[in-house]
Design a binder for this molecule. Structure first.
Ligand code: ATP
Ligand code: MG
Length: 383
């Protein structure tokens, strides 16, 4: 998947910006606060219907305006072209998203259509943050590659809310809601087991990919690992029926705790994805450079996983990642990403980018200043 053109209107500090992208590396260079990340965020709206930072649509509307519009032309690896448009109106709080002129009613339907891999400041929480951040990472990647996973996840969240509500009602009214709770427990287990089975397969596949890209970045001295720690551990984790039974037993065992806390305490919403370097928990023991390397390795693995699953190369959005890497690692990073397809990189100075990028037709260098993006267009633009 590649982005051919991007047009941004009244979005953050961009009043009207048009970007004619290169097919490979696109460098967005500018000083702090000029609007580089905002361009990546606009690409995220085109591909994912929303910001990768998880911010509200209303804050993306340019201050003093009440609407933004972002549109882009995408080209699939097979050559199919898509024209995508997103608008948001803050007065009526309405977002519209259309592909080739047809409005998409359910934004979840877009997940995975235009795969992207994002590495930004927020991604740091994957290795440094709490379990919720790692579950988000897992869910985001698996959902982009499996529609049924996304459906299970959305349904699981709905069931969880309902079940928690029953627990809360039972606590407040002191009535016996056992029958109602049992119905919701059944639904929770049905969806929850499917989610856990898929997460297990995903982590197993990702593990090899992470080790491979970590080695390419940092050599053999350090070995990373990722380990799935489901909330429900069964003797035979690969056996769906065994996990289902254990899930039921655990709910039964935690009955009193659930009554006290009025919350569901067992299930994939309590899973953990453990990350290790040389066998030690990365969150507690890894150095800053190791965190960064692990994060990049995870992102490259995510890329490979999505490409394999969707039969489509994701678009890479790399926000400010070269600045903190030593030249050795940043050159290896470029070697890793340049054959991958199209990438958008931001940097405060050209100097922090690897020196051997051959700027020209496929690799374009844009200057970003005060919400404007300029490119010295000497090459013809005909892809
Ligand atoms: N809704 C908005 N309306 C107008 N301007 C906004 C809005 N949201 C953010 N900005 C402005 O956008 C600028 C930040 O843009 P962005 O985050 O893209 O900067 P950047 O070039 O990535 O900088 P850095 O190198 O510091 O990361 C700030 O000047 C901020 O005031
Ligand atoms: Mg930025």
């Amino acid at each position: 998947m590649r982005l051919r053109t991007l047009e941004i209107v009244n979005f953050r500090n961009h009043t009207h910006t048009v970007v004619r992208c290169g097919q490979e590396v696109n460098g967005l260079i500018g000083e702090n606060g000029q609007g580089k990340t905002n361009v990546l965020e606009a690409i995220s709206y085109v591909c994912l219907t929303k910001s990768f930072c998880g911010t509200a649509d209303s804050v993306a509307v340019q201050v003093g305006q009440n609407q933004f519009a972002v549109s882009g032309e995408l080209v699939g690896d097979s050559g199919v072209r898509y024209s995508v448009g997103v608008t948001y109106d803050s007065e009526i709080r309405e977002k519209r998203y259309a592909i080739n002129g047809s409005a998409i009613e359910r934004f979840a339907d877009v997940v995975g259509e235009f795969p992207v891999v994002v590495l930004s400041a927020e991604s740091g929480s994957i290795t440094l943050g709490g379990p919720v951040d790692r579950r988000k990472f897992m869910d985001f990647v698996i959902a982009q590659s499996s529609r049924s996973y996304l459906e299970d996840l959305l349904e699981y969240r709905r069931v969880l809310r309902q079940r928690n509500k029953v627990l809360m009602d039972a606590k407040l009214t002191r009535r016996d809601y056992a029958d109602l709770l049992a119905i919701w427990s059944g639904e929770l287990i049905a969806r929850g087991v499917r989610i856990m089975m898929k997460r297990r397969i995903f982590v197993n596949e990702l593990q090899a990919l992470v080790q491979d890209s970590y080695r390419k970045l940092a050599g053999d001295r350090e070995t990373p690992g990722i380990r799935y720690r489901p909330s429900v551990e069964a003797d035979e984790q690969e056996n769906e029926e065994a996990v289902r039974l254990r899930f039921g037993e655990e709910l039964e065992r935690k009955k009193e705790e659930e009554q006290r806390s009025a919350a569901t305490v067992v299930g994939p919403h309590r899973d953990e994805l453990e990350m290790l370097i040389n066998g030690l928990n990365a969150r507690k023991y890894a150095s800053q450079g190791q965190h960064k390397t692990l994060l990049i390795a995870l992102k490259i693995a995510e890329f490979a996983y999505l490409r394999e699953r969707r039969n489509e190369k994701p678009i890479l959005l790399l926000d400010d990642i070269f600045g903190e890497l030593d030249t050795h690692r940043s050159e290896h990073l470029l070697d890793l990403i340049s054959p991958l397809g199209q990438a958008f990189l931001t940097a405060t100075s050209e100097k922090v980018l690897p020196p051997d990028i051959n700027w020209g037709k496929a690799n374009r260098k844009f200057l970003v200043r005060d919400g404007a993006v300029t490119y010295n267009e000497t090459e013809s633009y005909n892809w």
